[in-house]
Design a protein around this ligand. Structure first.
Ligand SMILES: Cc1cc2nc3c(=O)[nH]c(=O)nc-3n(C[C@H](O)[C@H](O)[C@H](O)COP(=O)(O)OP(=O)(O)OC[C@H]3O[C@@H](n4cnc5c(N)ncnc54)[C@H](O)[C@@H]3O)c2cc1C
Length: 347
């Protein structure tokens, strides 16, 4: 990268999976990197913690201590069908541990870490970016990767087209002796969403996800009842969902993970996309010397979103037709026949 020396080549904001993936890749390639997060780690994170085994194995630092279990099948219940086992090699992780371990790994690799640092805005001055923090301090860098999650302040400051939004409610319930043997997913009949129960070490991780933001608490309580679980209150979060190929940043500010709206609209699952996009943002900066990284970054993101399941339009069609199908695979096959699953490159 060229030009006068700023404090850091790259500032990464947010130390979730996207931010740590970016920082690891930059540091490994000799780029001076500062990784900041508003929280002190380990910090709690609302998450089911389930991801594809293939994605988990590809991670630069998997945090072995965060591993809870491996499954080869998931129980999937369609709205009007029986529950069936669907083949899916998945890994269940403890997100608090996963994120905390990855942050310490970055630190051990030489990344400068700033915890308790709330970034509020980024602006450009000559060829440097200046990020201001709530405590009044600024950091100068050549480029910024904003991986500050679904509530991204940096995204708001860029005034990009709005994302769609999904909502989740989640809780942890102590497990009994008859613990679930594998993750369970139940699609709803009257709502574009699903409920999940994932067996943790000592707790069941239970939640609902919906593309509608009304009546989610009722949905959650009904889901608990259907599965013979005691009523409890859930913690609410929202998930940004990118529309079409909306920009994933501006100039030398690249948005990664949930801040870019990259979670899968069908499930709200976003760990895999966060890991991929964090690394892709770092790769784009490395490739372009931070000159014009955005087109390069968006080309890398297209590889993620061209996966047919990874589109909002697909998720909507799935939920519109789920009640007509007895099996998950049957629903997917019908959508394929209707060409809801479009060819590569379309969105
Ligand atoms: C209830 C729930 C269940 C989920 N279950 C799953 C699942 O089972 N599988 C799956 O793949 N995905 C799941 N997801 C989605 C997944 O958690 C996210 O997609 C993933 O965490 C995105 O990673 P990220 O790095 O982009 O953002 P995050 O993990 O959200 O990290 C963002 C970081 O930025 C920091 N930050 C925020 N604002 C600022 C600021 N202004 N300055 C500095 N730091 C800041 C935060 O403290 C945080 O550490 C779930 C989400 C929810 C809400």
């Amino acid at each position: 990268m060229s030009g006068p020396d700023p404090e850091w080549e790259v500032l990464v904001i947010g130390a979730g999976p996207a931010g740590t993936a970016a920082a690891m890749h930059l540091q490994k390639n000799g780029i001076s990197t500062c990784l900041c997060d508003k929280a002190a780690f380990p910090r709690p994170k609302s998450c089911g913690g389930l991801l594809e085994e293939q994605a988990f194995r590809a991670v630069e630092h998997t945090s072995p201590g965060s591993f809870i279990a491996r499954y080869s099948e998931v129980d999937v219940c369609m709205p009007h069908g029986p529950c069936r086992q669907v083949e899916a090699a998945t890994i269940l992780i403890d997100r608090t541990r996963f994120d905390g371990d990855r942050l310490r790994y970055c630190q051990n690799q030489g990344v400068t870490i700033r915890e308790g640092a709330v970034a509020v805005a980024v602006w450009q001055e000559k060829d440097q970016l200046i990020t201001s923090f709530r405590d009044g301090r600024d950091i100068r860098s050549r480029a910024v990767i904003a991986a500050d999650g679904s509530g991204s302040l940096i995204r708001k400051g860029l005034q990009l087209p709005p994302c769609a939004m999904a909502i989740t409610l989640q809780a942890e319930i102590p497990t009994g002796p008859d613990t679930l043997r594998r993750p369970l997913i139940r699609f709803f009949a009257d709502n574009p969403g699903y409920g999940w129960i994932f067996p943790g070490r000592t707790m069941l991780n239970v939640g609902v996800y919906s593309l509608h933001n009304r009546g989610v608490n009722t949905l959650f309580q009904n889901f608990l009842k259907t599965n013979s679980l005691p009523p409890c209150s859930g913690k609410g979060s929202f998930v940004l969902l990118r529309r079409g190929s909306a920009p994933a940043g501006s100039g030398r500010i690249l948005l990664a993970g949930d801040a870019a709206g990259l979670a899968n609209p069908l499930t709200g699952g976003g760990i895999q996309a966060a890991l991929y996009s964090g690394r892709a943002a770092a790769a784009a900066l490395l490739q372009t010397g931070a000159a014009q990284p955005l087109p390069h970054y968006e080309a890398l993101l297209a590889r993620l979103t061209e996966r047919s399941f990874h589109r909002l339009s697909f998720a909507r069609q799935f939920y519109q037709s789920a009640h007509q199908h007895q099996t998950y695979q049957g629903c997917l096959a019908a959508l394929k026949r209707k060409k809801a699953v479009r060819p590569r490159g379309s969105y």
